[in-house]
Design a protein around this ligand. Structure first.
Ligand code: NAI
Length: 703
């Protein structure tokens, strides 16, 4: 028998332990061993009941994601038919769930007639996050177990629920008192089932999954939720599978589910989401730095500046149970900062996400101070003061004097030179950039900026602590704007220029949101503040671009006091949350076009797409070539998690590969010619893009 399975017989009970570390992924080899073990137990007359469990305490985190999209995905024995076979065994089968039963792992448990878990177990069908649906009976067995509505919510959210919730929903029959007691409880459960001659499978709790629901439940569900799905395919396929569960006999439902699963698996969206899944894992690797480099322990943090960013940054650490000292210039600024933090937490209480006790625990971890001496024992200090080089340099000089040796000194600058800040201290190797995104307690992305002198262990320790507090850290080199904002510049430039040439802000934004971006360029600017954008631009004109005529529109709006949503006027007019086009902006664009001698013409949506996206892609490729980004997939993570680029397009680099790099290059060359002097100025293909296309290389990587 395979060493992926442990098989033993105890008092008429076959114990089948899955042993494919780290997470018992149900790849072909494990499926094969599992099927064999189950057959053995089915055939053995000495076996009266069967227990499936995870050998090292973890049941199964699901399918082997590397198999999706390859022949191995359905290599025999495939998971759906293995599970059907399990349901046919005429002996009670118990899934004893330790730690995780996710995706295919939960489907395996659903194929068992009985389920018990340890109290800390987490369960879920998270296939949707990979652009898939449960394909091994989950969409058919779950609604028959817990009803259509709960099943839909669980599958569409991809949420992982705890054992107690799973028991209340009806997924679990029992919860063992502890993880250690799980197997013993499962044995006792098996004995009870044997003693009362329980059936191999109990009767379905919901033979009619829509029982008690209105006749048009599914149609209403679709109407209510579809707008949020935008162009995502997987939620629609889930709904079709659920429809089958409600309308068809199980066997036909399973066949329908399989067909829908295969459609999802073959889709570009799922391929893109699988790319994102692997990109997140890959981003943790630091080339040239060994994975077992000794880390600097981080158990105390300090944040300098308790403004918008500093407060949000501090919350991340308090949320993870790490004490934070918050330093401000004055008592009133400190009070303001702490009050803001408390009111952010109170919003979470109102939403039922935090209890009042939890808020107090977190607030107790925050310690306000006006005295730098209180920062002496911090392991990590994050500076989030005003965006002025001299101010930041002064803060770092002081930190150099007060902080203990080995403390990591980080700056949250969004546009200043991290190396110029590091140059002010006697220990530049301890300095790093930590570019949080706003709101810092919510946004997952963190650009970790590696300075010229940053020590490898500082980088590695920072990457680890960032993940510990729930962030997705992505390494960037030093340049103006780092990865994300530097790419934003040419992308936003095209958006502005297109408005000068004859498009409207709403048309440009419409093309971008039509691609499922969360926001278009102009609504984003109105939200962030036309004034904020102007001030950053104004302070950095030399670093941004030699010709800034395309910025005239933003500059003039700033001059008019049209700062965006906060003044109810910006690129759009706002009435409450509603946004309207403004003729004044169109007239302004016409006037500026006249002054700048830009001919106006009707602009097609394809041109908007190509100019904005190709310039975004081109800049990303250039960043990779310069070594600012380590990998194309890191760039994708930045844009998905910081700028609302749809994950189901895989990020701008993956999207470019899907479009075809030759097509992107041809587009850039076309605009270089078609747009005259402006085209020649800006539409310069990144040399790496040219090299990749010349070599016929379909993937974006450094060559
Ligand atoms: P803010 O103006 O809300 O907060 C700055 C805080 O720092 C103020 O409370 C001020 O009293 C305090 N401060 C100023 N000088 C200080 C000093 N010498 N010692 C101690 N405290 C001092 O500014 P915000 O928006 O929080 O920005 C802070 C930093 O974060 C800037 O470098 C900014 O570029 C960066 N950042 C901002 C983002 C945003 O969206 N607001 C996004 C990413 C980075």
């Amino acid at each position: 028998m395979s060493d992926l399975i442990h098989y033993r017989l105890e008092d008429g009970v076959a114990l089948i332990g899955l042993d494919r570390e780290p997470v018992n992924a149900l790849g072909q080899s494990l499926r094969c061993a599992l099927a064999e073990a189950c057959e053995r137990a089915a055939m053995d007359p000495g076996v009266q009941a069967i227990i499936l469990y995870g050998e090292h305490g973890l049941f199964s985190a699901g399918a082997d994601i590397r198999e999706f999209g390859t022949d191995a995905s359905f290599a025999e024995p495939d998971l759906p038919s293995t599970l059907v076979r399990l349901t046919e065994i005429h002996k009670p089968m118990i899934a004893a769930i330790g730690k995780l039963a996710l995706g295919g792992g939960l489907e395996l448990a659903l194929a068992c007639g009985y389920r018990i878990a340890e109290p800390g177990a987490r369960l879920g069908l998270s296939d949707i996050n990979l652009g898939l649906l449960p394909g091994a009976g989950g969409t058919q067995r779950l609604p028959r177990l817990i009803g259509a509505e709960s099943a839909l919510n669980l599958i569409l959210s991809g949420e992982h629920i705890d054992a107690e919730r799973a028991r209340l929903l009806g997924i679990l029959d029992r919860i063992a008192p502890s993880a250690e007691a799980l197997l013993d409880e499962a044995r006792a459960y098996a004995q009870e089932l044997i003693d009362c001659s329980a059936p191999a499978r109990p009767a379905e709790a919901w033979p009619e999954p829509t029982e008690g629901l209105p006749d048009d439940f599914l149609a209403r569900y679709r109407a209510e939720h579809e707008p949020r799905w935008k162009s995502r395919l997987a939620p629609r396929l889930v709904l079709s599978a659920l429809e089958a569960a409600c309308l068809l006999p199980q066997e036909e439902g399973l066949a329908r589910e399989l067909a829908l699963f295969k459609e999802a698996e073959a889709s570009r969206q799922s391929k893109a989401l699988r790319h994102v899944f692997f990109a997140e894992r890959e981003s943790a690797r630091i080339p040239g730095v060994s994975a077992d480099i000794p880390l600097r322990p981080i158990s105390k943090v300090a944040v300098v500046g308790a403004g918008t960013m500093g407060g949000g940054i501090a919350m991340n650490f308090a949320n993870a149970g790490i004490p934070v000292a918050l330093l401000e210039l004055s008592g009133s600024a400190l009070d303001r900062g702490l009050t803001q933090i408390r009111s952010n937490y109170e919003i979470s209480v109102k939403r039922g996400k935090l209890s009042i006790e939890q808020v107090q625990q977190r607030m107790d971890l925050l310690f306000g101070t006006l005295d730098y001496a209180d920062l002496y024992d911090a392991d990590l200090v994050i500076e989030a003061v005003f965006e002025k080089l001299e101010v930041k340099q002064q803060v770092f000089r002081t930190l150099d004097q007060v902080c203990k040796p080995g403390a990591i000194l980080a700056t949250n600058t969004s546009s200043l030179d991290v190396d110029a800040i590091a140059a002010t201290v006697s220990r530049p190797q301890d300095v790093i950039g930590l570019h949080f995104f706003s709101p810092a307690n919510v946004m997952r992305l963190l650009e970790v900026v590696r300075g010229k002198a940053t020590a490898p262990d500082v980088l590695a320790s920072t990457m680890i602590i960032a993940r510990r507090v729930g962030k997705l850290p992505v390494i960037s080199g030093v340049c103006f704007g780092f990865i994300g904002n530097r790419m934003l510049e040419p992308y936003a430039r095209e958006a502005h220029r297109l408005v000068l040439e004859g498009a409207t802000p709403a048309q440009v934004d419409g093309v971008l949101t039509g691609l499922d971006l969360n926001m278009g360029v102009f609504s984003m600017l109105d939200l962030a503040g036309v004034d904020v954008n102007f001030l950053v631009r104004d302070a950095n004109r030399a670093a941004i671009a030699h010709d800034q005529s395309y910025c005239r529109l933003g500059d003039e709006l700033y001059g008019l006091g049209r700062y965006g949503q906060k003044t109810a006027r910006g690129f759009y007019l706002y009435e409450g949350r509603n946004r309207k086009d403004d003729q004044e902006v169109v007239a302004l664009a016409e006037r500026l076009a006249g002054e700048l001698q830009i001919p106006r013409r009707p602009i097609g949506n394809q041109e908007i797409h190509d100019r904005c996206l190709f310039m975004l892609i081109n800049e990303g490729i250039q960043l990779l070539d310069e070594g600012i980004a380590l990998r194309a997939s890191d760039i994708d993570l930045v844009w998905i998690n910081g700028y609302g680029f749809p994950a189901h397009l895989g990020g701008p680099m993956h999207y470019a590969e899907q479009l075809g790099l030759d097509k992107v290059l041809a587009g850039i060359r076309h605009f270089r010619q078609a747009l005259g002097e402006y085209g020649e100025m800006w539409f310069t293909p990144a040399p790496l893009l040219e090299r990749l296309v010349a070599a016929g290389h379909p993937r974006i990587e450094r060559v």
